[in-house]
Unconditional design. Structure first.
Ligand code: ZN
Length: 288
């Protein structure tokens, strides 16, 4: 099972990715971790990444993609992987798709861990870390027993200077802007699943498992791009929009008693495939 885990900073996707990795025995491929590892081990791609960073530039998509490709070729990723941290925008999603197709490892599902803006803000602004032992806390959701003091080692807790609300909301807004088109991209492929990312870690995990289990067991292929509940309504709308086409074919074959009743339903059913193909364009015209 190959999945992409999507979620804003503070959505908790790193934590959930680790839990999913343990449950389904597929590696959690975090772009950040892979990059750090490549830098540390001095692989050719790692050296390229280092050169870019030393020059004060962002590491290019090409390099990041190369690092992911190498990771996915490893033996432990043969049965799947959980991608975390990539893609972050539409262009990246497209190149990732191409790469996975070339590897013969297409994506099964993109899971969005959905958390409200205010909750994200609180989670991120409440973060405290112990610089001594690395323990992390959140003054709202997971406070230390004593204010600003580490439970484990007693060292003073640290509040990162870029963890203030203004910086955080800017970060979240940038994230939102860049990732929105991604959701549509995966939705159009019938691969997007949205899971409520609010609440206890274990509850969120259960929701994820409920969505992913059928995919892991091969019981479910990606959904068809059009959600099953809507075609009925849209078919009606589409027929209404079309200038009434008098049913052209007379059922000549069967001499039925009720010949003059051109039932609407068969016509709908027959026309549906074509309409489905047209739907996305139509939708964007009428709704957006
Ligand atoms: Zn500590």
């Amino acid at each position: 099972m190959r999945i992409v885990l999507l979620g804003a900073p503070g959505s908790g996707k790193g934590t959930q990715a680790d839990k999913l990795s343990a449950k389904y025995r597929i590696p959690h491929v975090s772009t950040g971790d892979q990059l750090r590892e490549a830098l540390a081990s001095g692989t050719p791609l790692g050296l390229q990444a280092k050169a870019a960073m030393d020059a004060g530039q962002l590491v290019s998509d090409e390099i990041v993609l190369g690092i992911i490709r190498e990771r996915l070729r490893a033996a432990d990723a043969r049965n799947g992987a959980i991608l975390d941290g990539f893609p972050r925008n539409l262009a990246q999603a497209q190149v990732l798709d191409d790469m996975l197709r070339a590897l013969g490892q297409p994506l099964d599902c993109a899971v969005l861990l959905d958390v409200d803006f205010d909750v994200l803000l609180q989670r991120l602004a409440g973060r405290r870390t112990c610089e001594n032992c690395g323990a992390t806390y959140n003054i709202y959701t997971n406070p230390p027993r004593l204010d600003d003091q580490c439970d484990r080692c007693g060292a003073p807790l640290h509040h990162r200077p870029d963890d203030n609300e203004v910086t955080i909301s800017n970060r979240l807004r940038v994230y939102e802007l860049q990732t929105k088109p991604l959701f549509a991209f995966y939705r159009n492929q019938g691969k997007l699943e949205t899971v409520n990312g609010t609440g206890e870690v274990d509850d969120i995990f259960r929701r994820l498992v409920a969505v992913l289990d059928p995919i892991a067991k091969g019981l479910r292929k990606p959904k068809p791009p059009v959600p099953p509940a809507r075609p009925v309504r849209s078919a009606v709308k589409a027929t209404a929009a079309k200038p009434a086409k008098p049913v052209p074919k007379k059922p000549v074959v069967k001499p039925v008693k009720s010949k003059p009743k051109p039932a609407g339903k068969p016509a709908h059913a027959k026309a549906r495939p074509a309409k489905d193909a047209k739907r996305p364009a139509k939708k964007s015209r009428t709704h957006r």
